[in-house]
Design a protein around this ligand. Structure first.
Ligand code: NAP
Length: 236
């Protein structure tokens, strides 16, 4: 049986991905902060599927506890063959007016926590090979006013992924980026995001979950290094 570790699984893309993988019989290690939401999802998946689900509430914005908490989660299931670094946050506003605490929070969440998660999980995967999928945004390749810090963080993540892929190739670890246009998730309701984009014109969580599943299904001698999925309506 194959196991996937998914961060940010309490809602949005991560939750949809957990459902998609469980539907096809994958065992799951899930994390986010909201323990109640994780428990609810786990209960639902245990009723609907034969997958083994383990979860742990971890605050990825706290670099001091993240690694030890993650080690606890890893002990709760089999070694993952797929790691989906999906948890992420956004902040809108003029970049240079951003309080440094918010800047550090965003960089911790969107870049440093992924470095920390990979540092714990990837060495375990080396024995049997594996795949790391980092969820990025087309903001990585653009300079959107009011979204500067988010653009910077996702550009750094895309570079991190390429470097990881090169360094880990000798261990049969593949790393890829899923680059997304706007997706209709709770991200757009975040306290730190102000936007009046048309939510109905965005990608659905389920279509992104399907893309993640397709990436994970590739045989070990192949990798899609960067898959870009945009709404047919384009960028807005
Ligand atoms: P979302 O609906 O806001 O969900 C974010 C997930 O991250 C939640 O499960 C949340 O769980 C978790 N999270 C947030 N803060 C956390 C923390 N401090 N510690 C641990 N987990 C935390 O967002 P989404 O749209 O699904 O986004 C998922 C990924 O897709 C992100 O990396 C985002 O940048 C990327 N993306 C999204 C869009 C879009 O339009 N939605 C477009 C391009 C890329 P808890 O609150 O329970 O902790």
């Amino acid at each position: 049986m194959t196991t996937a570790l998914i961060t940010g699984a309490s809602r949005g893309i991560g939750k949809a991905a957990a459902k998609r993988f469980a539907k096809s019989g994958w065992d799951l290690l899930l994390t986010a902060r909201d323990a109640e939401a994780l428990q609810e999802l786990s209960n639902e998946l245990k009723v609907e599927t034969a997958s083994k689900i383990a979860y742990k509430s971890i605050d990825l914005s706290n670099p001091d506890i993240l690694s030890s908490e993650l080690r606890d989660l890893l002990k709760m299931g089999s070694c993952p063959s797929v790691l989906i670094n999906n948890a992420g946050v956004a902040w809108t506003g003029e970049m240079l007016s951003m309080p440094i605490s918010q800047w550090q929070w965003l960089i911790q969440m969107n870049v440093t926590s992924i470095f920390q998660v990979c540092s714990e999980v990837v060495p375990l995967m080396r024995l049997n090979g594996g795949l790391v999928i980092n969820v990025s945004s087309h903001a990585a390749r653009n300079a959107f006013p009011q979204w500067g810090a988010y653009c910077v963080s996702k550009a750094a993540l895309a570079s991190f992924t390429k470097c990881l892929a090169e360094e880990e190739r000798i261990h049969s670890i593949r790393a890829c980026t899923l680059t997304l246009g706007a997706v209709n998730t709770t991200l757009w309701d975040s306290e730190t995001v102000e936007s009046d984009f048309n939510r109905n014109a965005m990608l659905s969580e389920d279509s992104v979950a399907e893309a993640l599943f397709n990436l994970a299904q590739l045989p070990p001698d192949q990798v899609i290094e960067d898959l870009t999925l945009m709404p047919a309506n384009g960028a807005f």
